[in-house]
Design a protein. Structure first.
Length: 78
């Protein structure tokens, strides 16, 4: 599983990364977590509001700071 967090590195983006790692740990899932900070690459993916989240290449959230519980639900489905 590959998880991409898209954002310029703002506090919300950093919190999302932390929440993703916490959710993965709680679920016992081993995944690659990649941060994409280049605005051009983020926009090219169609993310106009950060932070953005993609799992295995599919954009699942933009502009929202997801909680650990919300992320756990997404990861179980993904």
């Amino acid at each position: 599983m590959k998880i991409e967090i898209m954002g310029p590195g703002c506090p919300r983006c950093q919190t999302l990364e932390s929440n993703v790692k916490e959710a993965l740990e709680q679920l016992g899932i081993d995944a690659e977590v990649e941060k994409i900070t280049e605005i051009g690459k983020i926009a090219a993916r169609g993310v106009l509001s950060t932070p953005g989240l993609a799992i295995d290449g599919k954009i699942l959230s933009t502009g929202k700071l997801l909680t650990v519980e919300e992320l756990k639900t997404m990861l179980k489905q993904g």
